[in-house]
Design a protein around this ligand. Structure first.
Ligand code: ZN
Length: 152
């Protein structure tokens, strides 16, 4: 079979196996949610994205390199990805989802990742929380939620 869907291989599969081992049950790729999260844990109102450090620009990560040539191609592409990710996270949070981002480089230490996932998923959460190591994503400063100023 030639048509192997890339999402069902590699990093995402490792995270699914980890979660399964921790006793969490989940659904995959809910097409009706912003950004089509890789893993959805309905019981915990939690979604998990498994992001490649290069494409999704893991801040401060050695894997988030910028190619030296063709920067006029790469830079706008990176910027679009980061903005889209941020938009998806905001929209998911607006809908009441707890968002967890797993970076590909975290898979090197699976014990540590399993611990982080267990804590992040089981933890009581604030509406606007996001579990993601080193949150400063490149492009622009995060904007406060615009409806917030009207709340008393
Ligand atoms: Zn990374």
């Amino acid at each position: 079979m030639r048509l192997v869907h890339s999402r069902d291989t590699g990093p995402e599969k490792i995270v699914r196996t980890l979660l399964h081992g921790l006793g969490f049950r989940f659904r995959l790729h809910r097409k009706d949610l912003p950004g089509n999260p890789d893993i959805v844990l309905p019981k915990y109102s939690t979604v998990v994205f498994v992001h490649g450090c290069f494409w999704h620009r893991h801040a401060g990560c050695p894997r988030a390199t910028t190619p030296a040539v063709n920067q006029e191609y790469w830079l706008p592409k990176f910027e679009r990805t980061v903005k889209r990710d941020r938009r998806n996270v905001s929209e998911l949070q607006r809908q009441g989802w707890h968002v967890i981002v797993v970076w590909e480089c975290e898979l090197r230490d699976r014990e540590r990742l399993a611990k982080r996932l267990k804590e992040a998923i089981g933890r009581p959460r604030r509406f606007d929380s996001i579990d993601m190591p080193s949150l400063q994503m490149a492009a622009e400063p995060a904007k406060p939620y615009e409806g917030a100023k009207d709340e008393r």
